[in-house]
Design a protein. Structure first.
Length: 141
């Protein structure tokens, strides 16, 4: 757009009678600048595209990071809500299980103690038999 404006200004410039030489020199300088601008413009457009692409990539990366952070926050919140919702139920079930199995645990401990006592009594009896001790009660035949 700027180059087109400069070309139009160069073509429209009509030298006046007294200032012909000076106007011709100015038009020559203007034409040289237009040529330089035409040569640099494609490079400037190419560089602008590269910069725009990098900015877009950076914006996409930042957006992806923000989205990942938001997803993690949603997962954390959902997990916490699920725990808060189910925890009372889990606690109730745990208490019920403990209450139902407490008697079994106590019974198991009592049975172990009785088995140990029986084993001790049997060992004591076997020891007496090995020692050759006679019967404790004598019966008359």
């Amino acid at each position: 757009m700027v180059i087109g404006l400069l070309k139009a200004a160069a073509n429209a410039a009509e030298p006046t009678a007294g200032k012909k030489a000076r106007s011709a020199k100015a038009a020559g300088n203007l034409g040289r600048h237009i040529g330089t601008a035409e040569a640099v413009l494609p490079l400037a457009v190419y560089l602008a595209k590269i910069v725009d692409g990098q900015r877009a990539d950076r914006a996409r990366l930042n957006q992806d990071k923000a989205a990942a952070g938001q997803r993690q926050q949603v997962v954390t919140e959902c997990t916490q809500r699920a725990r808060d919702t189910w925890q009372p139920f889990v606690d109730d079930v745990r208490e019920e299980i403990v209450a139902e199995t407490r008697d079994q645990v106590d019974l198991d401990a009592n049975l172990r103690r009785l088995v140990e006592q029986m084993q001790e009594a049997l060992a004591e009896g076997e020891g007496l038999v090995r020692a050759g001790t006679g019967p404790l009660l004598e019966t008359e035949a």
